[in-house]
Structures are given as structure tokens and as C-alpha cells.
Ligand binder design. Sequence first.
Ligand code: ADP
Length: 416
Amino acid sequence: MSILTYSARPRISLPLRFLAGVLAVLLAALALFYVVMRPPFGDLRAMATFLTITATLSLVAGYAAYRGGWLARAPRLSWALLGICALSSILTFVNVWVTARLMFASQHDLALATVLLMFAGGIAMVLGYFLSVGITDRIRVLCLAAEAVAAGRLGTRVPVTGRDEMAELGHAFNAMSDQLAAAAEKQREFETLRRDLIAWAGHDLRTPLASIRAIVEALADGVVEDTAERERYLRTAQRDIRSLSSLIDDLFELAELDAGGLKLERWPGSLSDLISDTLESFSARAQQQQVALHGSADPQVDPLLIDSGKIGRALANLVGNALHYTPAGGAIEVAARLEAGEAWVSVRDTGIGIAPNDLPHIFERFYRGEKSRSRASGGSGLGLAIAQGIIEAHGGRIWAESALGQGAVFTFTLPK
Ligand code: ADP
């Protein structure tokens, strides 16, 4: 916890400015006295003496109030402001009364001046109090809003009027409150994601494990006697083990992405080579599924400063998905081109496409489209999240365009 203190450091300290102000007023009053009344030198000197005495009195009283911190001790700000008015009125009264008494001895005038001064002082105090309520009300609103935020109603805002320090405080308060609300929202999303992650990972780990366990138990108990049947069981177990190990690989990759970002080993690499290698590795599967695979790359895109292993992984996730969601007779095309000084790589397929309500979520962890969720062959829902992490770590962007039944295009960019 840190407590911030603020002390304005003007070039001239506050008491010195007070002294200078009083001196300026003293000189101005003497000048005015001289101009208006043209007094003989003796009167001017007497006036200077009286004014100096009362000015000194004001200085002492004002400085004592300042040093004593009386204003800060008032239980209410409006009382403090009232105190300022009262002190000003009393000092004015003393100044005028003492000077008047010393200078013109007419009892009648003095009595009249006294009454008028008391009246003026009273009016000043009432007026000061009345106007101070405008300030204290604004402070009270801020107080209430701060209490609301402390009670958990984040995002509470105060109305801001004017351009003074109170308005600045209001703006700062609103900004703080918005920030707190945004941070809390992020925290909530993070919590939900964490809970979902654990639930999904648990489910995805448990399902193939349960299947493997049932198979191994059946084989160990010798209940499967038929060789063909046993082979089928083993192949199922093999598939489950493959899916388990790929899920664990994905989880590791995500953990790496989260833990302070991915460590990239960037070297000048060739995107064309990467595309042909990826297509090569998927060619047998594509042939088996009767899906045509094409690749092309604009020679200008090379070379690029990339971590070839990681970009290859992202590309493989996209091509793997395209193959996964494209039925026999379809086609997949991977193309790289230079656009606006960036390398753009797109993976286009003629597959089942993505539903509009799935499209905004497909890059989220563990998110699976409605169709893939119901399919036994659906993946872990991590492939696109990993691809996005890798592309963004390279300073690029990735997005998808698709309509149900009309294939999908995934595009990512890499800075050249
Ligand atoms: P999964 O392992 O389920 O494929 P991904 O993160 O790779 O997870 O993809 C998330 C979801 O995006 C998929 O479940 C699927 O619904 C949708 N998807 C991804 N690629 C395609 C594609 N080429 N065609 C149609 N749907 C796709």
C-alpha cells in the first residue's frame, strides 16, 4: 500500500506570497488615500502608521491560522469556509475600526461605521456559507460514489460540471471507477475461462482414458477371443492414445504461450518451403480422404524472419482443420502473397463452413463448433487458439471468414 503526498512547490512560498499581498494592499490603500484626499504630510504619515499596525495584526492572525492548521481541523469543510469568511470579516472590522477610531474621533461616525461593518461582516459570512454549500455538495457526491465503489458497485460515476479542480477530481474518479469495473470484468472472464479450461481438459483427458482402460481390462480378462475383434480394440486404444498425447502436446504449447509468451527462435526462413513441406505431410491423408490439396506462394514473400517450427505448427493446425471439415471431393488451397508490406497466408477449403454464431468464438480455447462437438472425431478445440498465439507472438494477425456450407478461409499475416 502506498500513500501519496502532494505539496505544490510554487517559486515563492505561500507565507511570502501572503506578506507580498498584504504589502501591496497597504501601498495601494496609501496611494488611494493620497490621490483621493490629498492629505497633508502629517496625516499621510499617521495613516501609514495606522495601516501598518493593522496590516501587521492581519498578518499575524492570518499566519497563526495558517500555521495552526485550524481550517483542516474543522469537522466540516463548510465550517472551515465559514471560518475563512469570519476571519476576513473580523480582520476587516478591526482594520477599519481601529484606524477610524484613531483618525477621526467623531463618536457618531464611529458608531455608524461599527454598525455598518458588523452588518457587512455578517452578510459576508452568510454569503460565504451559502456559496460554500455548492462546493461541499460536490464533495459529498464524490464521497457517496467512493463509498459505492468500496461497497462493490464498480463503475459508479459522478456528474462532472465546470473545469475547476473539483471537475478534475470528478474526471479522475470516473476514470478510476471505469478502470476498476474493466479490471473486475476481466477477472471474471478469466475465472470463467479457468473453470471451463479445467472442466474441458478434465473431460477430454478422462474420455479417452476411460476407453483405453475398458479396452485394456477387456483384453487382460481375456473376454475378447476373436482376433479381428481384438485388433479393432487395439486400434481404438491406439487412436485414443494418439488423441491423448496430442491433447497433452496442445496443453503444453498453450502453457508455453501463457508463461510470459512464446520463446521464438526467429531466422530468415522461406514461407514457400514451409507451405510445400506442410502440404507434403498432409498429402497421404488428403489422398485417403479424396480431398485435393493445392499450394502457391508469391516469390516476393521470402525471406521472412520467423520461427519456422512454430509457423509450421500454426499452418499445420489450419490445414489439419481444413482437411477435418472438408468432405470427399472437396479442395484445399494454401496461398501466400505480399499485401501492404506484409506476408498474407490463406488456407481456403470447400468444407462444411462455420455457423455465424460459432465464428466469433472459434479462436477461444476449447471452443468447438456445434457440429464438431457432436462429432466423435472432433478435436480438442485448442488448435486455433495455439495458431493465434503463435501468429500474434510474431506480430501478425489471424482471422476467419466463412458461411455455413460454403467452406472457410483462414488468413494470417506476418510482418515482412
Ligand atoms: P478443433 O480441435 O475442434 O478443430 P480448433 O481450435 O482447431 O479446434 O477449431 C475450433 C472450431 O472451429 C472447430 O471445432 C470447428 O467448429 C471450427 N473450425 C475450425 N476450422 C474449421 C474449418 N476449416 N471449417 C469449418 N469449421 C472449422
